[in-house]
Design a protein around this ligand. Sequence first.
Ligand code: V1P
Ligand code: CA
Ligand code: ZN
Length: 332
Amino acid sequence: MSEILKNKIAYIYSDDLVTHCDKLPAMKNRASIVHDLVRNYNLLSQENIVVVKPRDATEDELKSFHSSDYIDLLKSLNSFDTSLDNIEDNHLEFGLGYDNVIIENVFDFASCLVGSSVSAARLLAAKKCKTVINWFGGWHHAQRDSAAGFCYVNDIVIAIQIMSKFFDKIIYVDLDIHHGDGVQNAFEYSSKILTLSFHKYSQGFFPNTGNIDDIGQSQGKYYTMNIPLKDGVCDKTYVDIFNEVFSMVIENFKAEALVVQCGGDGLIEDPLGQCNLTLKGLGECINKILKSDLPTLFLGGGGYNFPNTARLWAYLTSLILKTDLSNDIPDT
Ligand code: V1P
Ligand code: CA
Ligand code: ZN
């Protein structure tokens, strides 16, 4: 196994994973659009990539971050009849309502989703691969005992927990236009995991957290970093700030690995983000991250203009693989 993977970039994929993600109400069929574009640009047949089928997460893995009460509730709702309107107060208490309606087979979805990032983290931890891509992960809002902002479980926190047993210090970079609150909250007391989120911070914009003076707590003070940005932020501002902050963090923190959430909702024409980033701007950030030459897990996240999100992740895949994308848009 390790010989096959040696020097290759792992791309996490399974039919099950895409089928589950395609059913998410706010992201219907997005996973298929993304995977089809990546595949039809022939990125998966490059010689330096290997497609890895993930395994499901165990209940213990889910409970390594989430509370037993929350995971047990998801388990009990696995066969919930979604056609009946029988939401209880108890469900709302655990965030299962407006942004996170109870979906069919919600526990199977949670195990499959967390399993994808757990499998990715294990490849990095075992040094089988130096770079892993999981465009189906990146659910940064889920909290220990609740769903939030379209995120049912926090695959990122669980992946970082696994990686932190093998890498002494890790930087988490969150490029999604929303604040990475769930990941920040999980590690705000730690000086080993530095979380760095770039996000729009304006009146009423979800989740309304991530002020610049939100810097971590106790031992973790100064290891939480927040870069709040104005509504409508464009490439020049975003990339200039990113370059300055990321260089400073890389120089001073001496990380052994990176986890990067590449949410595409900062892109121009995104209905939720309403900002002005382009593929070029986010691509420059990824190229800078790649120059650090550290073991890295690249994750997906938000992105509500589905074709543009697929374009972004196909383009980022090409940058990670160091190959050019064909100028011809695939017929398919
Ligand atoms: O604004 C909220 C709720 C309303 N409450 C007072 C808070 N929710 C947002 C959630 C955005 C989640 C972003 C996730 C990610 O960072 C990572 C995957 O990208 C929200 C919005 C909005 N415009 O911000 N929910 C919805 N829109 C929504 C739309 C249609 C149906 C259900 C929810
Ligand atoms: Ca962010
Ligand atoms: Zn987002």
